[in-house]
Write a protein that binds this ligand. Structure first.
Ligand SMILES: NC(=O)c1ccc[n+]([C@@H]2O[C@H](COP(=O)([O-])OP(=O)(O)OC[C@H]3O[C@@H](n4cnc5c(N)ncnc54)[C@H](OP(=O)(O)O)[C@@H]3O)[C@@H](O)[C@H]2O)c1
Length: 222
C-alpha cells in the first residue's frame, strides 16, 4: 500500500486526480494540502492539511510519502500581478519540490505546460520553464513533468479565453501537425499522472508531452 500527497486538490485537475486515486485500492493514505477544506474529508484514507502556500515547507506527515502530485496553478487574471502569479506557479511549486527532497519522497509529479521554456518571451511559459529548471536542479529521485496543451473539461470558474481556445483548436484538427495542440481532457491528464506513477520507471527526470498524455484519451479521434 502506498501514500500520496496532492497539492491543488480543489482545482479542476486536482479534483479529477483525487477522485481517480480514491478508486484505486493501492493507497493507504491520501494527503491533501489546500487552503480550504474539501468534500472528501470524511473518506477514510483522506488526511487534510489546511495551510497557506507560504507554509508548505512546514508540512509534516506521520510517515514517508511515496508520491507527491502538484496540480497547483493560478491565472494572471486571478493572481492580479506577475509577482503574485509567480509566487504560485514558481515559488510554491519549487517549495513543494524542496519539501519532497527533504522528506525522502520517491516520486514528484508536476503539471507544467506545453511550450514551457525558461528562455521564452512569454511570461507564463517562461515561469513554467523556470519552475521545471528549478525542480530539475533539486535532483529528486524521480521527477515527472507533464506538459499539456490547453485543458478541457468541466470547471466551476468561467474561463472564456480558454473555452474559446478549445473551440478553435478542436476545429483545426485538419491542419498538419495540429494533433500536438489538441486540447487535453482534464480526466485524461489525471489518469496519465496515476498511470505513470504506477508503472514507475525508476530514477530520473521524465517529461510527458501533450501527445503522450493524449494517448490515454479513448474518446480522441485523428
Ligand atoms: N488551464 C489550462 O488550459 C492549462 C494548460 C496547460 C497547463 N495548465 C496547468 O495545469 C495546472 C492545473 O491547472 P487547473 O486548470 O487544473 O488548475 P485550477 O483548476 O485553476 O486549480 C488550481 C489549484 O491551485 C490552487 N491555488 C491557486 N492559487 C493558490 C493560492 N494562492 N493558494 C493556495 N492554493 C492556490 C487552487 O486552490 P483554490 O481552489 O483554493 O483556489 C486549486 O486547487 C496548472 O499548473 C496550470 O498552469 C493549465
Amino acid at each position: 500500500m502506498k501514500t500520496a500527497l496532492v497539492v491543488g486538490a480543489t482545482g479542476a485537475t486536482g479534483s479529477a486526480l483525487v477522485n481517480a486515486l480514491l478508486t484505486s485500492d493501492q493507497y493507504r493514505a491520501i494527503h491533501l494540502v489546500s487552503r480550504r477544506t474539501t468534500h472528501w474529508r470524511h473518506r477514510e484514507v483522506i488526511r487534510e492539511h489546511i495551510l497557506p502556500l507560504s507554509r508548505i515547507g512546514d508540512l509534516t506527515t506521520p510517515y514517508a510519502i511515496d508520491e507527491v502530485y502538484c496540480c497547483l496553478g493560478t491565472t494572471m487574471k486571478t493572481a492580479g500581478s506577475k509577482a503574485a502569479f509567480r509566487a504560485v506557479d514558481y515559488g510554491a511549486v519549487v517549495a513543494l519540490g524542496q519539501w519532497a527532497k527533504e522528506n525522502g519522497v520517491g516520486q514528484l509529479h508536476v503539471i507544467s505546460s506545453k511550450g514551457a521554456n525558461a528562455g521564452s518571451r512569454n511570461f507564463y511559459l517562461r515561469t513554467k520553464g523556470e519552475m521545471e529548471q528549478a525542480l530539475s536542479a533539486l535532483d529528486l529521485p524521480a521527477l515527472y513533468l507533464y506538459r499539456p496543451s490547453l485543458l478541457s473539461g468541466e470547471r466551476i470558474d468561467d474561463r472564456r479565453g480558454e473555452r474559446f481556445g478549445e473551440f478553435i483548436l478542436n476545429r483545426l484538427t485538419w491542419l498538419p501537425g495540429s494533433a500536438k495542440w489538441r486540447p487535453v481532457p482534464i480526466d485524461t491528464l489525471a489518469q496519465a499522472m496515476i498511470e505513470r506513477a504506477h508503472r514507475h520507471e525508476g530514477k530520473g527526470r521524465f517529461r510527458i508531452e501533450s501527445e503522450q498524455i493524449l494517448q490515454l484519451d479513448s474518446t480522441a479521434s485523428e
